[in-house]
Design a protein around this ligand. Structure first.
Ligand code: NAD
Length: 489
């Protein structure tokens, strides 16, 4: 239902203190367009202060803390999030407009889990050791020693704000780094609130810092000479700008970027399962999941049936509404700017010859929600594989269905993209499953499922979707520096 909104202040969080500035911007509620918060933009002085605080904490209490104690504290951050679960939930819903039912299941629990997983993982992980023969017969022992990379700049997007930011902050802190976070300007609330949790659980000041603002604030971090590494999630175009920005100071970078993920439905797929999983992968979070599916290749023998079933899914399973209505599972997109981008693709699809099977526009409510950022879930057929709509990332609840004839052809079609983040396919033929999966050029391949995440596994994209892998022990490559010690006997 309609909401009474008390406008909140969102200051920067630097060295354990909340810091306001005179330069601010409004944060809007995507449901109605109302102002919900005023965020304080960090300029050079604030970014310098945040980096200096992070450096001091690294050289001081955090860097000197025993690993077991640090792991305990990182776990306590998760407990702190869970203790204030409803406040995080409220903040995330105000920023994104997503239904409580979605954020309660996905965003906030994963926010906590990201700290638990990496606190635990580090306790178990050994480094390597090699005995080496030497000409004098005495030999030498090599062993690896890991140390934190240093001050890490975290630049994060708006689609899963707490989840994606803590996906980086969790391993960064568990490995002993300190961080300066620049959350998306569209969704700055949960990163700010997390500062309170850090203070409550006794994380030393300066370990976790948050600075607000647009790309300019991000650029102050990426170009900062005293930041040791940048981990970024966002658009491929922004990633490219960041890679140029980090070059003069030679920072390590971990890049998680855009995608145009393919789905494939083979003729032997279990269609009940397929349509449910595919429906989720196209429309969860109003299509704003980097791993979501925007083009689906369906075997020609079942094309019409799959198309009809997916339309029925969109018609019957997706419920627009206010976020606090527990039956709502389909919210607005995050901003008017993003709505306009998606609607421009809806128009382009028709120009490119699409037949609209479902949606294709923006809903009209006849109430305050008409001031919000809504689009309809949309399904097309008739688009060419090479059309712009079937090739460019839309990042909305829209999918192009394209028929295919045989396995080799569909593997080529799925791989024929500059991106390589995720792929999802459906088949009940075990041989085909194991034959096709390794041929797909994607960092993550799901079979008969979607968005089933084990946080110990490698996560990242190929080609223009990413550089490096995070998740489990793979994140150690970025969040730590390894030295080899060679001791001659
Ligand atoms: P974005 O690239 O517009 O912004 C991401 C962040 O970068 C924001 O905090 C933004 O302020 C900051 N930024 C912008 N310009 C900058 C600059 N010059 N220097 C430093 N920082 C700068 O992305 P978005 O619109 O927030 O997010 C959507 C995109 O994120 C989609 O492309 C989606 O595919 C991608 N994404 C990828 C993954 C993944 O894991 N690969 C996950 C989620 C989202």
């Amino acid at each position: 239902m309609s909401k009474e909104i008390t406008v909140r202040q969102l200051p920067n969080f630097i060295n354990g203190q909340y810091v306001e500035t005179s330069n601010t911007f409004d944060v809007l509620y995507p449901i109605t367009g109302a102002v919900t918060a005023i965020a304080h933009i960090a300029g050079k002085a604030e970014v310098d202060a945040a980096v200096a605080a992070a450096r001091a904490a690294l050289d001081g209490p955090w860097g000197k803390m025993a690993q077991a104690e640090r792991s305990k504290m990182v776990r306590a951050i998760a407990d702190g999030i869970n203790k204030r679960f409803d406040e995080f939930l409220e903040a995330e819903v105000l920023d994104t407009g997503k239904p409580y039912s979605v954020a309660r299941q996905l965003d906030i629990p994963r926010g906590g889990a990201n700290f638990v997983t990496f606190a635990e993982m580090l306790k178990e992980h050994p480094t390597e050791a090699f005995h080496m023969d030497t000409p004098d017969g005495r030999g030498a022992l090599n062993y690896g020693v890991r140390r934190p990379r240093g001050v890490i700049g975290i630049i994060s997007p708006w689609n899963l704000p707490l989840l994606l930011m803590t996906w980086k902050a969790g391993p960064a802190l568990a490995c002993g780094n300190t961080v300066v976070v620049k959350p998306s300007e569209v969704t700055p609330s949960t990163a700010t609130l997390l500062g309170e949790v850090m203070n409550e659980v006794g994380v030393p000041e300066g370990v976790y810092n948050v600075v607000h603002g647009f790309g300019e604030t991000g650029a102050l971090i990426t170009s900062h000479p005293d930041v040791d590494g940048i981990t970024f999630t966002g658009e491929t175009g922004t990633g490219s700008i960041i890679l140029k920005a980090v070059a003069p100071t030679l920072k390590a970078s971990s890049m998680e970027m855009g995608g145009k993920n393919a789905g494939i439905v083979f003729e032997d797929a279990d269609l009940d399962l397929t349509v449910n999983e595919l429906g989720r992968s196209c429309f969860l979070n109003t299509g704003q999941v980097c791993l979501g599916t925007e083009r689906v290749y369906v075997h020609e023998s079942i094309f019409d049936e799959v198309a009809d079933r997916l339309v029925n899914y969109a018609r019957n399973e997706l419920k627009y509404g206010y976020p606090d209505d527990e039956t709502t599972n389909f919210g607005p997109v995050v901003s008017d700017e993003h709505r306009d981008k998606i609607l421009s693709y809806y128009k382009l699809a028709e120009e490119e010859g699409a037949e609209v099977l479902h949606g294709g526009g923006a809903p009209v409510f006849g109430d305050e929600r008409d001031g919000g950022s809504w689009v309809e879930p949309t399904i097309w057929k008739g688009l060419a594989h090479t059309s712009r709509v079937a090739s460019e990332e839309i990042f909305g609840p829209a999918v192009a269905l394209i028929p295919f004839r045989d396995e080799d052809e569909v593997i080529k079609l799925a791989n024929d993209t500059k991106y390589g983040l995720a792929a999802t396919f459906f088949s009940t033929n075990v041989s085909r499953v194991h034959r096709v999966a390794p041929q797909l050029e994607a960092g993550i391949v799901w079979v008969n499922s979607w968005f089933l995440r084990d946080l110990r596994t490698a996560f990242g994209g190929m080609k223009h979707s990413g550089i490096g892998r995070e998740g489990g022990v793979h994140g150690l490559e970025f969040y730590t520096e390894m030295s080899n010690v060679c001791v001659k006997m």
